[in-house]
Design a protein around this ligand. Structure first.
Ligand SMILES: [Zn+2]
Length: 397
């Protein structure tokens, strides 16, 4: 149970990120775990381990052959607190409801996927916090694999680079990441759920802001002169394809989604996001938005309309296709451990997507933990242990 104890030790350290904060990392408590990891990495023989000014931990273990990188993130999600996290192991789960506390029950009736794990050991929360297996399970998997090579110094391994990043959950995990400090030929993030998944496809993403200043006149005298900014935005929304929202989008589909609409009759602003696996489709969605804005400009020459579109992240697939080494290695090592690999499309972004764009191809692997970001999060001990074996094989020379 030593590896699982390591995970529980990390899980008990509160590292929740904060998207309102202006500091880097967003919460200084993330460094509590980073500092501990530096100490433990040094004990495992990665003598150059250090934490940089952004709380990111880098470490290297010289070896032979390829320089392979491993990344996980220390922070936890915002939805549920990480303070006083008290993981509990349910040994050989019998399939019955698991009472987390007086208020919450983890049940296969609510989470049918849970039934796959009858007979396995589960790590669950006490219902008050999330578990934070996203992504301390990833960290514990990497650390446990490194321990294997520390204990078995006669076993040859590749040159191993490790980076533990901060603030992944608020989209800032790659913001201060330094490819030179990482120093790897290719890498993987260990930050997913299903351990048979090698994920290398994610959304292309853009965010748009549209500001409208209408024409303000006393409504009683508004005939042919008052132009209501909110109603113009309403027209804009009506021009978007009604069936392409997250509500309608299937697993391979992109979407447009309005995050917020604020303002008054005089001026109003809309914030939205656009997503698609195919970059041409994303460009078409953006082009449509510009077309609608242009037509509104023509229809209402007296109003002011401003549109700003920012590219957020890119699908990593084209980068991975150019350098499939990490995918092929992961496939080989999963198969060796009796797991048939598959790939799913990530309906969001990953730090690995940004690393891939920066020049370090980085697909994502699973941890054996599920229901991330909530109090019903749980980890399957046997799957977690299996991933340690997979990562050891990936590290082998
Ligand atoms: Zn994560």
């Amino acid at each position: 149970m030593k590896n699982i104890e390591r995970f529980i030790r990390y899980a008990k350290i509160d590292t929740q990120a904060d998207d309102k904060s202006k500091t880097v990392p967003s919460t200084l408590k993330q460094k509590d775990l980073s500092i501990l990891l530096v100490k433990e990495l040094k004990e495992l023989g990665l003598s150059d381990a250090y934490m940089d000014e952004f709380g990111i931990v880098y470490a290297h273990l010289p070896g032979v052959g390829d320089k392979i990188g491993f990344n996980s993130h220390v922070d936890t999600a915002l939805e549920v607190t990480n303070t006083h996290c008290q993981p509990r192991i349910v040994e050989k789960w019998d399939g019955n409801d698991i009472k987390l506390n007086d208020k919450y029950i983890l049940s296969s009736k609510q989470f049918p996927d849970l039934a796959r794990h009858i007979g396995k050991d589960l790590v669950v929360t006490n219902g008050e916090t999330l578990l934070g297996a996203d992504d301390k399970a990833g960290i514990a998997i990497i650390m446990s694999a490194l321990e294997y090579f520390h204990k078995n110094s006669d076993v040859k391994h590749k040159s191993i680079s490790v980076a533990f990043t901060c603030d992944e959950e608020i989209g800032m995990g790659a913001a201060h990441f330094d490819l030179k400090k990482m120093d790897a030929d290719y890498a993987v993030t260990i930050d997913g759920s299903f351990i048979d998944c090698i994920d290398f496809e994610n959304f292309n993403a853009a965010a748009a802001k549209i500001f409208i200043r209408g024409v303000a006149v006393h409504p009683g005298e508004g005939k042919n002169s008052l132009i209501n900014a909110i109603l113009v935005l309403h027209e804009l929304i009506s021009g978007l394809p009604a069936k392409e929202t997250p509500f309608d989008a299937g697993p391979n589909d992109g979407y447009w989604h309005i995050n917020s609409l604020n303002g008054s009759s005089e001026s109003a602003e809309l914030e939205m996001i656009l997503r698609d696996f195919d970059d041409d489709n994303l460009q078409n969605r953006i082009a449509l938005l510009y077309e609608i804005v242009d037509s509104l400009k023509t229809k209402y020459p007296k109003i002011y309309i401003e549109i700003k579109v920012n590219k957020q992240y890119e699908n990593m697939r084209p980068y991975v296709e150019k350098d499939p080494r990490p995918i092929e290695l992961a496939k080989k090592c999963l198969l060796k451990n009796g797991i048939t690999p598959r790939s799913t499309k990530i309906r969001g972004g990953t730090d690995g997507a940004t690393f891939s764009k920066m020049g370090l191809v980085t697909p994502n692997l699973g941890t054996g933990s599920y229901n991330h970001h909530g109090r019903f999060e749980y980890m399957v001990v046997q799957e977690f242990e299996k991933m340690i074996a997979v990562v050891i094989d990936m590290m082998r020379a």
